[in-house]
Design a protein around this ligand. Structure first.
Ligand SMILES: [Zn+2]
Length: 255
């Protein structure tokens, strides 16, 4: 399975991901913000689209649903409250794509309806499509239908257990801003500077910098709740993990 990133270039910097089985030219589309972008890509390459899915109900993730479905005949797998569903997502759902399997997991926090997708090949998890839950070097906001304590639970239950080698594909390109925030709370962390050096030259191009869970654990303050230097800089030495998470989310909201 190959991942193609379509940059929407809107004010929210959405990215639409097309998962492609090259052997059959079959694609699965995650969060079609812009139907024209998806339809043009399918047409240009002569691919068919078997499924469209939404990680959650926010309009910037669902706006292109009906037009992509109408022109491609894809099935729409989405969450409660989004119209046109062929199927309502639940944990345990899966879509077969060539020799890969896309597994869906309930991951509330950004909203209470959010799902992430993990793609496995030969039983090994390879890619995570994290919607607005886990971002590169950050996490989604919780102020528009979500809850920060629920987000923390999702991180403890789900993201913590993902293999280091899993690649991360979030639905927005926020990496540079998030790294700058990460640096402000974790100023002695050299991994953040190294990642900024990789990100800056490709900003505004169609290159998507793919991080791994291992790298996220090095740069993302929300995955480094026990780190002594981070805690020291936040003056939260000895605080429960959930307090560090809440504090970081609040600080990022006001940053
Ligand atoms: Zn959202």
């Amino acid at each position: 399975m190959k991942v193609h990133s379509l940059f929407v270039r809107n004010t929210l910097d959405n990215i639409v991901f097309m998962m492609l089985d090259e052997a059959t030219g079959t694609a699965v589309c995650a969060d079609p913000t812009d139907a024209d972008l998806v339809n043009e890509w399918l047409k240009k390459h002569g691919h068919r689209c078997s499924h469209v899915f939404n990680t959650h109900e926010h309009y910037d993730h669902t706006a292109g649903n009906s037009e992509v479905v109408k022109s491609s005949g894809a099935k729409l797998w989405t969450v409660e409250g989004v119209s046109g569903a062929d199927h309502r997502l639940q944990t345990g759902d899966q879509i077969n794509l060539g020799d890969s399997v896309i597994h869906f997991h309930y991951t509330p926090g950004h909203t209470m309806k959010h799902f992430c997708a993990v793609v496995e090949s030969k039983g090994r998890p390879l890619q995570l499509f994290s919607g607005d839950t886990l971002f590169n070097a950050g996490v989604g906001r919780c102020g528009n239908g979500g809850d920060v304590d629920t987000m923390f639970d999702t991180f403890e239950r789900f993201f913590k257990n993902l293999d280091d080698s899993v690649e991360v594909y979030p639905a927005h390109d926020y990496i540079e801003n998030n790294l700058n925030f990460a640096k402000s709370v974790d100023p002695t962390n050299k991994h953040i500077d190294e990642m900024l050096d990789r990100v800056r030259p490709i900003k505004g191009t169609d290159q998507f910098l793919v991080t791994t869970m291992k790298e996220e654990r090095q740069i993302n303050p929300f995955l480094r709740l026990d780190d002594p230097a981070l805690r020291k800089s936040l003056q939260l030495e000895g605080a429960p993990r959930i307090d560090v998470f809440r504090h970081l989310r609040k600080k990022r909201d006001n940053w």
